[in-house]
Design a protein around this ligand. Sequence first.
Ligand code: ATP
Length: 258
Amino acid sequence: MASNHHRLSGAPVAAAVDSAAVRITGLTRSFGNRQVLDDINLTIARGEFTALLGRSGSGKSTLLRAVAGLDHGTVGSGEILVPERVSLVFQDSRLLPWLKILDNVVLGLPGKDARGRGRAALDEVSLAKRESAWPHELSGGEQQRAALARSLVSEPELLLADEPFGSLDALTRIRMHRLLRRLYETHRPAVLLVTHDVDEAVILADRVLVLDDGDFVQDLRIDLPAERDPGDPGFQHYRTTLLGALGVLPAHRTKEQS
Ligand SMILES: Nc1ncnc2c1ncn2[C@@H]1O[C@H](COP(=O)(O)OP(=O)(O)OP(=O)(O)O)[C@@H](O)[C@H]1O
């Protein structure tokens, strides 16, 4: 009965969902009389890296928040199944300022070996030497690396990321892309990454969804080697396809205007 209630309210239900890490059925979300998500259906396989693109205001964060169960009070319906262990990363690191870096990483982590696991996670993001620093002593990129360590130390089956590199400079972003992809290869969670950066989506993901007008207008599999080069013709093909779906190619605009 409890799960029926969840179904009606569209809140996520933790469940063993066989080969799927996320299963969304008939999800709708509205703010006032504006329907932001309109009958969304989506399955993300275990270990699948999916990026979610869409223009500003298309509902990307609304969808991610629904999957994370962070949208209490919004109006909607549908069913969302997620695994037990879900982690989140946001544009800002959300490290607690009164805890040192290692204490932030292991906060809430059960087990006697929590600090050891926390240290290993910090080592993976090259912050082992900063475990006793306060968050404000770290650069923006280092704070996001600590946030990634915190999100992965619990070995999540699903990682939800909302513009995690949005506030970083271009060079740091490139390094973070490499880091996230490496962490993904090691830990293999399913990932749902919200971004409005087409190149970021094609560099990182194996599947890219484009959200527009309440539903997906593109569901693209990225068949490129793990090491991706934005200069490759294959990469450019995906970039062009996605820019077309987003309606931002000059040719597309001309067509719309004529
Ligand atoms: N709490 C809220 N109350 C009212 N309207 C909201 C609320 N949250 C989101 N919206 C509206 O829902 C729509 C989708 O917002 P959302 O943040 O999901 O878009 P987005 O695709 O993530 O945008 P961006 O790329 O700019 O972050 C927007 O029109 C926004 O104004």
